[in-house]
Write a protein that binds this ligand. Sequence first.
Ligand code: ARG
Length: 498
Amino acid sequence: MDNDSLKKATKKESENGSSSHGVVSQAKDQKPVKATVLQKDVGLLSGICLIVGTMIGSGIFISPTSVLLYSGAVGPCLLIWTACGVLAMLGALCYAELGTMITKSGGTYAYLMEGFGPLPAYLFSWTIVMVLKPSNLAIITMSFAKYASTPFYPDCTPPVVVTKCLASAAVFVIVSVNCLSVKLASYVQIIFTAAKLFIIVVIVGAGIVLLAQGNTQNFSNAFDGASQSFGAIGLAFFHGLWAYDGWAQLNYITEELKDPHRNLPLAIIIGIPLVSVCYVLVNVAYFTVMTPSELLVSPAVAVTFGDRVLYPLSWIVPLFVLFSTFGSANGSCFTAGRLAYVSGREGHMVKILSYISLKRYTPAPAIIFNGLLAIFYIMPADITTLINYFSFAQWGFNGLTALSLIVMRFTRKDLHRPVKVPIVIPGVMVLVCCYLVLAPIIDNPEVEYLYCASFLLAGLLLYFPFVHMKVKWGRKLMRPITLHLQLLMEVVPPEKTE
Ligand code: ARG
């Protein structure tokens, strides 16, 4: 069965007709046949959970150590956590304008395409699809695996093989869930978001009780020993921002969002302040029981907190951190699939990535591709350091997106903007992103940045023959591969709906 016959098979049942929101037509006594497009299955609650549930992963339970280390004292540490929240909010406000103005999935990819044309958009999807998204999934599932295996090795650290196998198994489960059904993935996301909010409420609640009992000694002289170094503050920001990473998630799936003009900005305005307040309060709670020097030597801050405060129920902390990482990985996988799907649709990635499952309406090839790459990144020794160097590329693209907002205010005046933010907000974002890209390179120029640059260059080299000129032999080579994969996965190109 080729491409067309697969599609015909679906069309036959529906006798065709026009389609809106994915429902093609309805013969008598038959279930409505949906067009083979991604359905609008994500409502406001799922949207909020996608943002909150991806942002809260393992960062808030582990990163406080690094933020404190580089900021030098309790006061600046809390200020940096707050500033990171403000930054995430400013970025997300820009994305609220962009996402309601351009209601295409793919987030940054769609905006760069509209603002600056295909090349920057292609470079974005090349970097994110090939490196950043799968490596993020790898990092989160590795944290998951560490938490899951530690109880079985009470006297030593778990063997690397065990954690890597566990992480790969988690990727497998998450990919399967996301390929099976969008609704199922959304339910998983909602349940795990509830679980992580529960443990945060427990930590914050315990912190408030301790504060009320007068455990405030760590907050006196809070600025003594504050770090003066520009570079160190930048590093503290990087670690804080990792915990906040995920604020742009919902923009990746705008096409699947019900009523995006209302739900996208609403989910952003509810989700991000919620996470920011939780993060600052959790840090305050940590300082009610740990002095800065105790916090610095703790391998997992939240677990130490649990041991001291929640005994004999301290085991709930690692258990819920486990849930938290799993939920974050699920959200990450959900959106990663959509980016590969959109860039495949535009011809910026191989076409098969843009195909969707005939029966399940999920972008299965894109999701599986992301999972395979994640497992590939889990396998080698320690890739996290190399990946750190790539985060400067991420901030480069964030800055470029904010710039595209400013540019489109002049070049695309015609576009309807249901949300319009003051132009200083994208302006501030551009400046901050420039700092975040340049500071680490100037502070400590290392050869790894060259690797990233050559990776981008490699993307460029592929762009001209395969995307721009669309060389014939490239398509010839891909055709049989695409067909076989199509049969194997039962996927078809998305139908065009109005
Ligand atoms: N903020 C999350 C954490 O603290 C990590 C989010 C990873 N980012 C992503 N886009 N998946 O663990």
